[in-house]
Design a protein around this ligand. Structure first.
Ligand code: SF4
Length: 359
C-alpha cells in the first residue's frame, strides 16, 4: 500500500495544467556570492558551494548565473489532513487536525527515512501540484484545520515557502508549525521563529557517529537549534526514533535526556518512537517494547516530566499524566486523543498548570 505521504493528495485543488508545470523559481536570500558565479548556500550547515547551473545536495536549489533559486516554492507533493498527534505534537491543540504539506527534498539522507520516495528525489521527478500560500491557508480552513503543518520531507529546504505559507496561515487566523530535522542555519531559523507557533525536532540520536553514518547531518547544529527554539519561546517537542543496536541503549537515552533537562528544562516533551524496518534498514528488526520502556524510564529518572512512547498503540506511555497528582489528563490511542482532562491549560483534578498550547 502506498504511504499517504508519498501520494499526491486528493485534497490538492486541481490537476496541473501544462502552464503550471513551470513552477517559476524564486530567488532566495540565503546565499553568498563567491568567485566565478559560484555561490555558497547559507540555508543549512551543509553550506554547499554550488557552481553555475548546479544544485546543492538537497537537489531543490539551483545556481543560475550566480543567482540562487529555490525550485520548490508552492510546489507541493503531499497534502493531507492529519491528527496533530501524528506529528507528533502532544501538547499543542490536542485532538485537532493539521493541514499537512510537503514539497520534495531534504538536506539529510537518513537510511531509515519513512518518506524517502519524496524526500530523496528532485522536484521534477515527483508529481507535484501548485499550492500558493494563500491557497494553502484557504484549504486548511476549508478542511476545518486550525493548524498548517510543514512536514513529511524537510521544511528547511523549502524555507521560503514555509515562511510565506505560515504568514498566510496566521493572516487567516490559523497557527503554523513545522516538523524538522533541525539542521538549519541561524538566520533562516530566526526567520522561522517569527512565523511559527511550534516546532517538533527529530533528534536522530545523541552521538555524532550516528549522524555521520546514518544521516549526513551534524548533532551539534541540531542541539543548537533546540536551544534557540526554546529560548525564542516557540513551543518545542522532541522525537527520537530508537533503532535497534544503533541508538537504543539505555545509556544513550539517559545522556540525551540529561542534555534536554539541563539545556531546555523539564517541561519539554520528549518522545521515543519505535522503529519498524524500512528503506535501507530493512535488515533490522522492530525495536523491542522492553527497550523502549527502559529508555523511557531512564529519561524520566533525569527529571523530565513528559516522556512518551510512540508507535506502540495502547501503551500507557502514549498518555499524559499530570506531573503533580499523577492522574491521566490526556489519553490517547495510536494517533488519536480519546480523553482530555485539561481545562483552561490546567489539570482538571488538581489545577496544576500544564505546559503547552491549549487554545
Ligand atoms: S539547503 Fe540544500 S543547498 Fe543549501 S546548504 Fe543545505 S543541502 Fe546545501
Amino acid at each position: 500500500m502506498t504511504d499517504p505521504a508519498r501520494a499526491v493528495s486528493p485534497l490538492l485543488p486541481e490537476p496541473l495544467t501544462e502552464a503550471d508545470r513551470d513552477f517559476p523559481p524564486v530567488v532566495t536570500k540565503y546565499y553568498k556570492t563567491l568567485d566565478g558565479k559560484r555561490i555558497e548556500c547559507t540555508l543549512c550547515p551543509a553550506r554547499c558551494r554550488v557552481a553555475d547551473r548546479e544544485r546543492g545536495t538537497c537537489g531543490v536549489r539551483e545556481n543560475r548565473d550566480g543567482v540562487y533559486y529555490t525550485l520548490v516554492h508552492s510546489r507541493v507533493c503531499s497534502a493531507h489532513v492529519d491528527p496533530i498527534e501524528k506529528k507528533p505534537f502532544f501538547h499543542f491543540l490536542p485532538g485537532t487536525t493539521a493541514f499537512s504539506l510537503a514539497t520534495p527534498g531534504c538536506n539529510m539522507a537518513c537510511t531509515f527515512c519513512q518518506n524517502w520516495e519524496i524526500s530523496q528525489f528532485r522536484p521534477e521527478q515527483i508529481d507535484c501540484r501548485r499550492l500558493p500560500p494563500a491557497q494553502a491557508a484557504a484549504a486548511a480552513k476549508r478542511w476545518g484545520c486550525p493548524t498548517v503543518t510543514f512536514t513529511y520531507t524537510e521544511p528547511v529546504v523549502f524555507t521560503e515557502y514555509l515562511l510565506d505559507a505560515a504568514a498566510a496561515a496566521r493572516g487567516a487566523g490559523l497557527k503554523a508549525v513545522s516538523v524538522t530535522n533541525g539542521w538549519i542555519e541561524k538566520e533562516p531559523l530566526h526567520d522561522w521563529l517569527q512565523v511559527l507557533d511550534a516546532v517538533k525536532v527529530d533528534l536522530k540520536a545523541f552521538t555524532q557517529r550516528f549522524y555521520d553514518e546514518m544521516t549526513g547531518g551534524r548533532l551539534i547544529d541540531v542541539l543548537d537549534t533546540l536551544v534557540r527554539v526554546r529560548k525564542a519561546g516557540v513551543w518545542l517537542e522532541i522525537v527520537t526514533l530508537l533503532i535497534p543496536t544503533l541508538n537504543d541503549s539505555e545509556k544513550e537515552a539517559a545522556s540525551l535526556a540529561r542534555w534536554v533537562m539541563k539545556n531546555l528544562g523539564p517541561e519539554v516533551p520528549l518522545h521515543f518512537t519505535r522503529f519498524h524496518p524500512q528503506y535501507r534498514l530493512r535488515n533490522l528488526p522492530a525495536t523491542p517494547v522492553a527497550t523502549m520502556e527502559r529508555a523511557r524510564a531512564a529519561a524520566l529518572a533525569t527529571g523530565l516530566k513528559f516522556v512518551y512512547l510512540g508507535n506502540i498503540p495502547g501503551h500507557p506511555g502514549e498518555n499524559t499524566a499530570c506531573p503533580k497528582c499523577g492522574k491521566v489528563i490526556l489519553k490517547r490511542y495510536a494517533m488519536s486523543l480519546t480523553e482530555n482532562h485539561i481545562v483552561g491549560g490546567v489539570c482538571e483534578y488538581c489545577k496544576t498548570k500544564i505546559p503547552g498550547v491549549w487554545a
